[in-house]
Design a protein around this ligand. Structure first.
Ligand code: ACM
Length: 262
């Protein structure tokens, strides 16, 4: 069994230094409560509601050579934990809505959001990494970002790639994901860790309700709609690696791919 956590926080728009302080305090709290893997929200360092690309230009950074990855590497080393965090990435003459994975030994990898939501399409390029699963030793961790949840293919792909845990940094604005993610966990028999943000930015209200769901669909811990907080739960990879529902049903082996449309 290993501890995993969400950090639910309220980022300050366009103020990475303040957000590093918040993320540090909450990550330390999660590690003290037993987490070996801590998931921070989408765009935890920059905020979400950009007016124009110039605002994004001022805060987005390269990965892994930028300030946010350096901060996360330092925090992971100092706390002896792994961290998955959403951040604005500057690359290829533009920007990606990305997630960074770091651990006690440093940078592990990144993922660029596949399904951009609404106004994100004005500022960010669609992700080109494809879905990624990182073997952290104690568990295989797949990453998807916020609106990726709306496409069941995202979680399915990560589960088929071998994920035990889906780390899901989010800035949710619709109310559905807290109901949907336990189903994603159930149908793929994985754990899901949704780290959402709270608060309001330029009239946009975020959903909160960060949660950790088990392969049984049980919600192991859930935050409220408001308030910065952490939630920690234990995951058992022997459960996520067993896709058998009963003696005769294995949810991966029983798929009838010849009848499915892509
Ligand atoms: C979202 O994808 N941030 C709604």
């Amino acid at each position: 069994m290993v501890g995993v956590a969400f950090v639910q926080m309220e980022p300050e728009l366009l103020d990475p230094e303040t957000n590093y302080c918040k993320a540090e305090r909450l990550t330390r709290e999660a590690v003290e409560k037993g987490a070996s893997l801590v998931v921070l929200p989408e765009l935890f360092d920059t905020g979400y509601v950009f007016n124009d690309a110039g605002e994004l230009e001022a805060v987005a950074q390269p990965i892994p050579s930028g300030r946010t990855t350096e901060f996360l590497e330092w925090l992971a080393e100092d706390t002896g934990s792994f961290i998955v965090a959403g951040t604005a990435e500057r690359a290829d003459g533009g920007f990606y809505n990305s997630a960074v994975v770091v651990g006690p030994e440093g940078y592990v990898g990144k993922y660029r959001k596949t399904h951009l939501f609404n106004r994100e399409k004005l500022f960010f390029k669609p992700g080109d990494t494809g879905f990624r699963v990182f073997d952290l030793g104690f568990a295989r961790v797949g990453v998807m970002i916020c609106f990726d949840w709306f496409f069941p293919e995202s979680a399915r792909t990560l589960a088929l790639m071998g994920a035990d845990v889906i780390a899901h940094p989010a800035n949710l604005v619709m109310p559905y994901a807290p109901r949907a993610m336990p189903v994603r966990a159930l149908e793929n028999r994985v754990y899901t860790v949704t780290a959402d943000r709270v608060g309001e930015e330029r009239g946009v209200v975020f959903t909160g309700m960060s949660q950790i769901a088990a392969p049984t669909s049980e919600v192991l811990v859930q935050a409220g709609r408001t308030g910065e907080t952490v939630g920690v739960a234990e995951v058992d990879v022997s459960l996520s690696r067993n896709k058998k529902l009963n003696e005769r049903n294995d949810v991966f082996m029983d798929r009838r791919r010849e009848f499915y449309l892509l």
